[in-house]
Design a protein around this ligand. Structure first.
Ligand code: G2I
Length: 448
């Protein structure tokens, strides 16, 4: 079936594809030496919160594009940003982030649909029935707008109280719709975009405590009753008063054992130097030790724009210099700093960088630049994974092999794969979207 589809498409798209057969771009990022590529080699993503109004700043954009392979809009998808006035939707700033991410092959986490905060006043003023329809309408409209583009949605955010009660937090939704609103939100979300993972997201749930126990009970109940939930987000905002809990990994694991993915969704750790680095290392190692820990998102690119900037909680300082915590995270992910030697045999290394080069209504073209590290290489392989129902219909400038599912292609050179030190080549492919325009995942380049 796959072969037949692919052949048919080669005929219909051959004219278009022929034109781009000899493109060659200089590579930029070293796969083994960035957060995103190192995480990808471990089957994870490494993302960051992004603010649309900083995308025009060159250093912000280049740090984002070089280091991260997932984004979460920091504020742009929240209710007050998207639907400040009832039934009048403003997607401009969020669209900017989504299209930037798609152009660079990054996953997008949608944040967030139902939350007590950043909620426009009109929502709190509604009566019960009206509130129910406003909530379901908001979820449906926003998810439909981004259908096929979002890896995971924080469907409900921060619905539980802090402290020992394990009770629900007061909000218009809780107070008027009762406990059932969370289930209703998830069911509405599944109906709106069945391709997105649906997450519950919260803070102070990072270790075992009354709040995380309450979330655990809810997720367990949802799984038992078939309420659609796919993932739980652990925000992981830490500082000296609220350090990384010693049972962090065990807590992630107990949720994973319920049959959901776990994600670190808003990681930041106040502090500096080696103390901060050590804490970051604990978080990364915990995620890597839990097979259902799908990835890590830090809550911002640089300390300069952090929501708690004075606590310098991120991996890049205000001048975009890498901090000790960056080095610890990279090395925990198995990456190497400074374009050094890992990732191949005998010092041979290579990097793979993705760009979307063309878009049509039913398909897009992707291009991967393969660049040799500081030694010459004689060959390379790069895995490319697309999301079902997407299909790669054709490829150029490489020799692909396929796994059984048809979603994973391993690309090798077409003929002689030798590249001089620092030299690069490209290969390309067409992805038939079938409604899903998310970018492919490019695995680490392996050199020989
Ligand atoms: O508070 C940290 C995070 C906790 N979990 C949910 C996240 O969504 C939340 O993010 C923060 C953003 O980082 C802040 O940037 O959420 C805050 C609002 O609750 C965001 O702050 C808001 C300010 O309150 C607004 O005054 C400002 O206009 O940021 C807006 C945009 O800069």
């Amino acid at each position: 079936m796959r072969t037949r589809i692919r052949r048919a498409l080669v005929v219909t798209t051959a004219g278009v594809l022929g034109a781009v057969g000899v493109l060659s771009l200089a590579g930029t990022a070293n796969a083994a030496s960035t957060l995103g590529a190192s995480a990808a080699a471990k089957g994870r993503y490494f993302g960051t919160a992004v603010a649309a109004n900083h995308l025009g700043e060159a250093q912000y954009a280049s740090t984002l594009d070089t280091e991260f392979n997932a984004v979460t809009p920091e504020n742009e998808m929240k209710w007050d940003a998207v639907e400040a006035t009832r039934n009048s939707f403003n997607y401009g700033p969020a669209d900017q982030i989504v299209s930037h991410a798609q152009g660079k092959g990054m996953k997008v986490r949608g944040h967030t649909l139902v939350w007590y905060s950043q909620l426009p006043g009109w929502v709190g003023g509604l009566g019960t029935d009206d509130l129910r329809s406003a909530m379901n309408n908001h979820i449906t409209q926003v998810m439909t707008h981004y259908k096929g583009k979002i890896y995971a949605w924080d469907v409900v955010n921060e619905a539980f109280q802090d402290g020992s009660s394990g009770a629900r937090r007061s909000s218009p939704f809780q107070d008027k719709l009762g406990n059932g609103y969370i289930e209703e939100a998830f069911r509405t979300a599944r109906a709106a975009d069945s391709g997105a993972k649906l997450c519950y997201n919260d803070y102070n749930t990072d270790g075992q405590n009354a709040k995380s126990n309450a979330v655990y009970s809810m997720v367990k109940d949802f799984k038992q009753r078939g309420v659609p939930i796919d993932c739980v987000g652990f925000q992981s905002h830490f500082n000296s008063a609220s350090p990384v809990p010693s049972d962090y990994q065990a807590n992630l694991q107990r949720f994973a054992d319920l049959g959901v993915d776990v994600q670190i969704t808003e990681l930041d750790i106040e502090g500096s130097g080696s103390a901060q680095a050590t804490s970051y290392g604990k978080v990364v190692n915990a995620c890597l030790a839990v097979s259902r820990c799908a990835g890590i998102t830090v809550w911002g690119v640089t300390d300069k724009y952090s929501w708690r900037s004075s606590g310098t909680p991120l991996l890049f300082d205000s001048n975009y210099s890498k901090k000790p915590a960056y080095d610890t995270v990279l090395s925990a992910l198995g990456g190497t700093s400074g374009g050094g030697s890992g990732g191949g045999t005998g010092g041979a290394t290579c990097t793979a960088t993705y760009t979307r080069t063309d878009t049509w209504s039913d398909r897009f073209n992707g291009q991967v630049t393969v660049k040799a590290g500081s030694s010459a290489i004689t060959g390379w392989t790069v895995p490319v994974t697309v999301t079902s129902p997407q299909r790669i219909s054709t490829t150029w400038n490489g020799s692909p092999t396929w796994d059984g599912s048809g979603n994973v292609m391993t690309m090798k050179p077409n003929g002689n794969g030798s590249l001089a030190a620092g030299a690069s080549t490209t290969f390309g492919f067409t992805v038939m979207t079938d409604g899903n325009t998310s970018a492919p995942t490019i695995g680490a380049c392996t050199a020989s």
